[in-house]
Design a binder for this molecule. Structure first.
Ligand code: GDP
Length: 522
C-alpha cells in the first residue's frame, strides 16, 4: 500500500551544521532518483533562472526549497529541502507544513543554535515528530551528556540516545548502536565508514576489548550505563506525538550514522496521515484527491510568467490529466503536465500518492495556502502567515508605475516571498519579511520581472500583528483609536503595526478584549 510506504520529511538545522552534506549522503545511500532542481531543465528554462537565482549564486545559497525523492528498502522518501541560509522566509516555515516529520541536525561542537530553535518551534506548533542527528563526531565536540541535556532543556523534549559515539575527534573509534549492540568502525586513512560492522552481545562483550582503546571502552561502558538509567527508553508513541526525540550520533562527512538515520526514518517516522481541514480532517484514504499548495515558485521562465505551485497530496491517487478545483475561487484546472518529483530518470510519472509533492505549472492562479480537490468541498487549515520581523516602506522611483508595483507586491505576497500591508493612512505601502534576504530578492525581482524601480525605507514600525475581537465593537474602537498604526493585509484583514515587540505587549495589556496574533491561518 503506497501510503504506508511513504515518508515525507524535511531537515531542520542552523547553517553549517551539515545539512547539505547529510542530504547528499542520504541521496547517495538511497540511490537518488531525482534532484528537483533538474526538473524539466531544458536549455532555455535553465538559462532563464533570472536575477533571483543570481542572488543565490552570488551568495552561494539556495533561496528556494525543492523536493528530492529516493527509495530504499521499499520505502519512498520525499525530502523537502528548506533554504539553508541564516535569513529565511515564510517559504521555510511553510515547507514544514507539508511534512510528516523532520530530522534536526546539530553540530556536536555547537549544540542548538538560533535557527534550529526557530524551526523547531514551527515543528512544535504542528506536533511534527523529530529525529535528532548530532553531526561531526569525527571532530572534537561537546560531551554526549551535555548535548543530550541541552536538547532536553532548551527544547523541552524527552531525549533518547539511540547510538553512542566511541570517542570524538582524534580519539574517535566508531559508533555503538544501543538497540542492536552493533559497533560501526572507521576504516583506512580517511577514517570513514565503509560498512565495517561488528555484532557484539552487548557492552560486556570481550570482543570490544580487542577493538577499542581501554580508555574509550571504559568510558563507553560507564556513560551508557548512566544514560540507560537517566534517559527514558525509546517510546514510538511519544516520538510521534512530538514529545520525545530519538538521538543519533554520526558524521555526515565520514558517512557514519547515515544508514541508521535512514532506517530510523523508515521504521519510526510516521507515514502520511489525516490533516486538519474544514469541515473535517482528511485522511489519506478519503475518497477523492485532495492537496494543498505550500509553495509557489516563479521565474522558471520569466517570459511566460509561469509559476510552479507545489502541492502536497493529502488523499487519493492522483493521475495525470486529472481536474482539480481550488476551493473558494476559480474553476477546475486540468493538470496535464504535473511535475512529479519521484519520476524515475526524469520520465514523467503518471500517478502520485498521498505524501508526494506535485509541481503544477500555472499562470498565477494558484496561491500559497490553496486547497485543491476534485469536489471542491474541503479546505485545509493551519497554513500560517508569520508576524514579520522586518517592516519597510516601499518607495517608488517612478510614480507612474503605481499599478505595476501593486501587482508585483500582490504577486510576491501570493508566493510567500514577502507580506504586504496597505496602511489606512498615507500612500506608502509597507512590506514585511521574516529575514533580510527577502528584501534583496524583492528589489531585484521588482526590477527584473516587473520593470519597477523602487527603494526601501525604514518604516516607523518594527513588527505587526493580526487583530481580532469577539465583539466587533471592541475591534472598531481599537481601530479608531489607533488609526495611524492600522493597515490591511492583502486579504483585507486588519493588521496593527507596532514600533516594537514591547509595544505589542503594552497595547495587548491595555486592550485585553482584542486578540493580537503573531500568526494568521489561512
Ligand atoms: P549546511 O550549511 O548545514 O548545509 O552545512 P554543510 O553541509 O555545507 O557543511 C558545512 C561544513 O561542515 C562543510 O565544510 C562540511 O564539509 C562540514 N561538515 C559537514 N558534515 C561534517 C562532518 O560530519 N564532519 C566534519 N568534520 N565536517 C563536516
Amino acid at each position: 500500500m503506497p501510503v504506508s510506504d511513504r515518508r515525507t520529511f524535511a531537515i531542520i538545522s542552523h547553517p553549517d551544521a551539515g545539512k547539505t552534506t547529510l542530504t547528499e549522503k542520504l541521496l547517495l545511500f538511497g540511490g537518488a532518483i531525482h534532484l528537483a532542481g533538474e526538473v524539466k531543465a531544458r536549455g532555455a528554462a535553465r538559462r532563464a533562472r533570472s536575477d533571483w537565482m543570481k542572488i543565490e549564486q552570488q551568495r552561494g545559497i539556495s533561496v528556494t526549497s525543492s523536493v528530492m525523492t529516493f527509495e530504499r528498502g521499499g520505502i519512498t522518501f520525499n525530502l523537502l529541502d528548506t533554504p539553508g541560509h541564516e535569513d529565511f522566509s515564510e517559504d521555510t516555515y511553510r515547507t514544514l507544513t507539508a511534512v510528516d516529520s523532520a530530522v534536526m541536525v546539530i553540530d556536536v561542537a555547537k549544540g542548538i543554535e538560533s535557527q534550529t530553535r526557530k524551526l523547531f518551534e514551527v515543528c512544535r506548533l504542528r506536533n511534527v515528530p523529530i529525529i535528532t542527528f548530532v553531526n561531526k563526531v569525527d571532530r572534537e565536540g561537546r560531551h554526549v551528556f551535555e548535548t543530550l541535556d541541552e536538547i532536553a532543556d532548551l527544547l523541552a523534549l524527552d531525549v533518547c540516545p539511540m547510538t553512542w559515539p566511541v570517542g570524538m575527534g582524534g580519539t574517535f573509534e566508531g559508533i555503538f548502536d544501543l538497540a542492536t549492540n552493533r559497533l560501526l568502525l572507521p576504516e583506512g586513512d580517511s577514517r570513514e565508514f565503509h560498512g565495517k560492522v561488528v555484532q557484539t552481545s552487548g557492552l560486556d562483550d570481550p570482543q570490544l576489548d580487542a577493538i577499542l582503546s581501554a580508555e574509550n571502552l571504559a568510558r563507553l561502558r560507564e556513560d551508557v550505563e548512566l544514560a540507560r538509567a537517566g534517559y527514558p527508553a525509546f517510546d514510538a508513541e511519544a516520538y510521534r506525538h512530538g514529545d520525545l526525540t530519538p538521538v543519533y550520533f554520526g558524521s555526515a562527512l565520514k558517512e557514519f550514522g547515515v544508514d541508521s538515520l535512514i532506517d530510523a526514518i523508515a521504521t519510526h517516522a510516521p507515514p502520511p496521515h489525516a490533516l486538519p481541514a474544514e469541515p473535517a480532517p482528511v485522511s489519506p484514504d478519503a475518497g477523492q484527491v485532495t492537496g494543498f499548495v505550500f509553495k509557489v515558485q516563479a521565474n522558471m521562465d520569466p517570459n511566460h510568467r509561469d509559476r510552479i505551485a507545489f502541492m502536497r497530496l493529502v488523499s487519493g491517487t492522483f493521475k495525470r490529466g486529472m481536474k482539480l478545483t481550488p476551493t473558494g475561487h476559480g474553476k477546475a484546472i486540468a493538470i496535464h503536465s504535473p511535475i512529479l518529483f519521484f519520476a524515475r530518470e526524469r520520465e514523467l510519472a503518471d500517478e502520485a500518492f498521498p505524501g508526494d509533492i506535485i509541481g503544477i505549472p500555472n499562470h498565477g492562479v494558484l496561491r500559497v495556502g490553496d486547497t485543491l480537490s476534485e469536489k471542491a468541498d474541503v479546505r485545509f487549515t493551519g497554513l500560517p502567515n508569520f508576524a514579520p520581523e522586518i517592516l519597510r516602506r516601499v518607495v517608488l522611483k517612478d510614480p507612474t508605475k503605481t499599478k505595476q508595483l501593486r501587482k508585483a507586491l500582490d504577486d510576491m505576497a501570493e508566493e510567500g516571498v514577502t507580506q504586504v500591508f496597505y496602511p489606512e493612512i498615507g500612500s506608502n505601502w509597507v512590506i514585511g519579511v521574516v529575514g533580510q534576504l527577502q528584501l534583496d530578492v524583492l528589489i531585484s525581482r521588482l526590477e527584473a520581472e516587473y520593470k519597477v524601480a523602487a527603494g526601501l525605507e525604514v518604516a516607523p514600525f518594527e513588527t505587526a500583528r493580526w487583530i481580532s475581537a469577539e465583539d466587533p465593537k471592541d475591534l472598531a474602537d481599537f481601530v479608531a483609536l489607533n488609526r495611524g498604526a492600522m493597515a490591511k493585509d492583502r486579504d483585507d484583514n486588519p493588521v496593527f503595526m507596532a514600533k516594537s515587540n514591547w509595544e505589542v505587549g503594552y497595547v495587548a495589556d491595555r486592550y485585553s478584549r482584542v486578540k493580537f496574533a503573531a500568526t494568521r491561518e489561512r
